[in-house]
Ligand binder design. Structure first.
Ligand SMILES: [Zn+2]
Length: 443
């Protein structure tokens, strides 16, 4: 002890002060805290105390991430892009990049690896490898929203699909028709597809080839889709209003994907007015036409629609094929039995597309326009029979498709009211804007 004291006294003054200070501090640590520490056990919220050992909650992520980051930093990784060629597979692409068949196998067998089995020509795959040429990471954008990510792990590879949300925004388009519907629709900002959809929604009430007049107008409320703030495409038409020759039609889309009028009636009919896209009507329905020369009644029990050879003919409504065959008068023909004792008949096909007994849906192709049987030129002879009696397919009152289900009526009313008021607001804003525009444009 004396020796220690001498050593201490031999030290320079600064060191003596430092050592004394430290000793005093240690003494305080040894004497005071032990009592306080026991007291603090019952009070975990107390302030940090000297001399107590604290368990720090270090997030596990941080603990794991650090060595990994270090490893990635240590090795150089380089990214390359593979473009999928015709006949390509993951194996072929990996081979071009110098990866082994074992790597292909391991990646293919990861959780989301099967997404790499259906590569499309032109797709891009981003591949990262290290200095040794080993696969480290892979990114494959499968769609606008989905990206497959493969990562090298200690034991092999792991994969997952990152999904981006599609954001939907509402937009409106309006137009007053001055020349024709199609150009007005395109000028209003609707795409070709949307224009067609709009015509389809109202196509049961308005004949877009014949009924459109100058002064007709429409307002459409539709969805636009965005990913990461970028426009990626149009969604559905949610609601639309069409004024045609003074009559106004409104259609609202419901969650079943169908369009209904504000009162819940379906916008569709259960039958197509014309089952073929035709050029003109070459012979109308004349059930009891007295032939002055033959001196007998010669009826034309259907409508002849002139259309190019091969034009697809659709089933006018849901039903079952009760005849699909050939004879020398009808040529190739198809008859369909529908609900409510309705039968439709289609004659002179170049080719039939259904067999007897088949169930068909409205709009399904059942054959192709031709000139077989007693026919002078390619056309479809179409008949509509109700309770066995021929009716004029151009004018017969077509049954409506099913209205909104009763259990959804209340929900639909809410949706419809909301959409109609939005549509109305947009229309008013548009009319106000065009009134000003029209007065400044002198034609
Ligand atoms: Zn005919």
């Amino acid at each position: 002890m004396i020796k220690l004291k001498n050593i201490f006294l031999d030290l320079p003054k600064k060191h003596q002060v430092l050592i004394s200070g430290c000793s005093l501090f240690l003494l305080i640590l040894l004497v005071f805290p032990s009592e306080k520490a026991s007291a603090s056990r019952n009070n975990t919220k107390s302030a940090i105390e000297v001399g107590k050992i604290y368990q720090l909650d270090i997030p596990e992520e941080t603990q794991i991430a650090e060595p990994e980051v270090a490893a990635v930093k240590a090795e150089q990784i380089s990214w390359q892009t593979a473009i999928v060629k015709s006949g390509d597979s993951l194996g072929k692409i990996f081979k071009r990049f110098g990866f082994s068949a074992a790597t292909t196998y391991a990646v293919d067998n990861t959780a989301a690896g099967k997404n790499l089995r259906s590569l499309k020509v032109g797709d891009e795959i981003n591949i990262a490898s290290n200095d040794d040429g080993d696969l480290i990471k892979l990114k494959y954008q499968m769609s606008l929203t989905d990206t497959l990510i493969v990562n090298k792990t200690d034991t092999g590879f792991s994969s997952s699909v990152e999904q981006k949300q599609i954001e939907t925004r509402i937009d409106y388009a309006q137009a007053q028709i001055t020349s024709n519907f199609w150009s007005a629709a395109l000028a209003s900002g609707l795409s070709n597809n949307q224009t067609m959809n709009l015509a389809n929604v109202f196509g049961w009430d308005i004949d877009f080839a014949l009924d459109i007049r100058e002064g007709d107008s429409f307002t459409v409320m539709f969805e636009n889709q965005y990913v990461d703030g970028d426009f990626v495409g149009h969604g559905n038409i949610l609601a639309a209003e069409f004024s045609n020759q003074g009559e106004t039609f409104k259609a609202i889309r419901f969650k079943d994907g169908e369009y209904y009028a504000a009162n819940g009636d379906s916008m569709r009919k259960s039958f197509l007015r014309a089952p073929v896209s035709f050029q003109y009507i070459s012979s109308s329905f004349k059930p009891k036409r007295y032939h002055p020369i033959l001196k007998r009644v010669k009826a034309h029990n259907g409508v002849d629609y002139r259309a190019p050879q091969g034009t697809p003919v659709k089933a006018a409504g849901n039903g079952r094929v009760i005849a699909a065959t050939f004879n020398k008068y009808n040529g190739n023909y198809v008859f369909i039995q529908h609900a409510n004792n309705i039968v439709t008949k289609y004659l002179h096909f170049s080719k039939r597309a259904v067999k007897k007994g088949a169930r068909v849906k409205q709009g399904q192709v059942i054959g192709y326009v031709g000139s077989t049987g007693l026919s002078q030129a390619p056309h479809l002879h179409y008949e509509f029979l109700l309770n066995g009696v021929h009716r004029n397919p151009r004018t017969v009152k077509l049954p409506d498709a099913l209205p909104i289900d009763k259990k959804y009526k209340a929900e639909f009313s809410l949706v419809a009211n909301n959409m109609i008021s939005q549509l109305e607001g947009s229309k008013q804003a548009f009319l106000a804007a065009t009134d000003t525009a029209v007065s400044t444009i002198a034609e």
